[in-house]
Design a protein around this ligand. Structure first.
Ligand SMILES: *Cc1c(COP(=O)(O)O)cnc(C)c1O
Length: 392
């Protein structure tokens, strides 16, 4: 007879969207049925209602939806008339879409290093990177904490340069009491399923106060048509589906509750990590108390040359974790012609080598969080460098 296997702790998923949807399944299905009966599938009432609700949530005058967060960035750049010959400053430590959008409109991404110890663009280095060709700055609110916007505003005003927030990971985040999305000229959000407000597919939205830019965005997402097949500009097709809007409207009513859960989980992780006394071995996310961090990700840093084996060990133990992002954008093969090399942007490169994102989505309970940190400590203890650290 086989001896019984020890009961394994249930794995901790990195994210479990079906569990998140279960308590609101009836409402979601009713919303989907409503759209199917109504028969208006693209733009229309549901989309207009979502736009009004997002504008209200973000304290912006307008919110213009589109097909994805990537398109939100592309449309914003197009609305500002940015194209070939223009430079757009952004962070190298972000999802590819930020720089991809800049390239897509024919402009040149100019990567500025992140702040040491943080994950967002450094305002001082941004100031030094501005040239007469700089036509926009795109700070990224990475992992749910806004960039340090005040010094960036000052630069923007001084040089008369628009600021497009890449707020795709930061809906509900605040800076000096103000919502992400109204901290610049325009704010771009994504409704990709794993974002803090995610649909059942792709979607995006742009928040802003400027009436003319809002009108331009509304045209650009329908091939520049101002009505009656009257094309005043060449846009493209980037619209939000009514089905997504209906689903997002339900989920928006739960967003604050879910955000509070993320914040609570992060505080618990912070506490558990501090209690281990791991000091310089595990660095928890740097948070400025005057910011509201909404933790799309809870991202720690560990010694670079042990990172991959710590990650592997966690995964072997059933702990879902992720690597955002393994390669900074200035070192991506497609941007080779921009002339960056290893060492060009050392803080972004260090972050890329050291990060691990732990499970933080709503539904990760306290027992799971304790398990995550317990396995993290075990993973660290099994590293060669750990023994050396203890011996020292
Ligand atoms: C998700 C994301 C995007 C792109 O959003 P999509 O909806 O996937 O196109 C852009 N920037 C950042 C920082 C993101 O996290």
């Amino acid at each position: 007879m086989d001896s019984p296997k020890p009961v394994a702790f249930p794995p901790v998923p990195f994210i479990d969207l079906s569990a998140q949807h279960q308590p609101i399944a009836d409402e979601l299905l009713a919303a989907v049925s409503r759209v199917l009966e109504n028969g208006q599938f693209i733009l229309g009432e549901e989309v207009a209602a979502l736009e009004a609700e997002i504008a209200s949530f973000c304290d912006s005058r307008y919110a213009i939806s589109c097909a994805s967060g990537t398109d939100a960035l592309v449309l914003s750049l197009m609305a500002l008339g940015i194209g070939p010959g223009d430079e757009v400053i952004t962070s190298p430590f972000t999802f590819f879409a930020t720089a991809g959008a800049i390239h897509r409109v024919g402009a040149t991404p100019v990567f500025v290093d992140i702040e040491p110890g943080g994950f967002n663009i450094c305002p001082k280095l941004t100031a030094a990177a501005i040239t007469e060709n700089t036509k926009a700055i795109i700070p990224v609110h990475l992992f749910g904490q806004t960039a340090d916007m005040e010094p960036l505003w000052r630069l923007a005003v001084l040089h008369d340069i628009p600021v497009i927030e890449d707020a795709c990971q930061a809906i509900g985040a605040r800076y000096q009491g103000r919502q992400a999305g109204v901290l610049g000229t325009m704010g771009c959000f994504s409704f990709f399923p794993t974002k803090n407000l995610g649909g059942a597919g792709d979607g995006g939205i742009i928040t802003l106060d400027d009436k003319d830019l809002a009108a331009r965005l509304t045209h650009l997402r329908v091939h520049g048509d101002i009505g009656g097949y009257n094309h005043v500009a060449v846009g493209f097709n980037s619209r939000l589906d009514a089905l997504q809007a209906a689903i997002l409207r339900i989920k928006l009513t739960r967003l604050e509750e879910w955000t509070e859960q993320r914040i609570e989980s992060a505080a618990h992780y912070d506490h558990l990590i501090d209690a281990q006394g791991l000091g310089d071995w595990i660095t928890r996310p740097a948070v400025d108390d005057t910011f509201r961090h909404v933790y799309n990700q809870y991202t720690i840093r560990v010694p670079a040359f042990e990172r991959d084996s710590i990650l592997e060990s966690l995964r072997d133990d059933g702990i879902g974790c992720a690597l955002y992002y393994p390669t900074p954008l200035h070192l991506q093969p497609c941007f080779e012609s921009l002339g960056y090399s290893i060492g060009s942007l050392p803080h972004a490169e260090a972050a890329a080598a050291e990060v691990i994102s732990l499970p933080i989505a709503p539904g990760i309970d306290a027992v799971s969080r304790e398990r995550v940190i317990e396995r993290l400590v075990a993973a660290c203890e099994s590293q060669v460098g750990w023994a050396n650290r203890r011996a020292a």
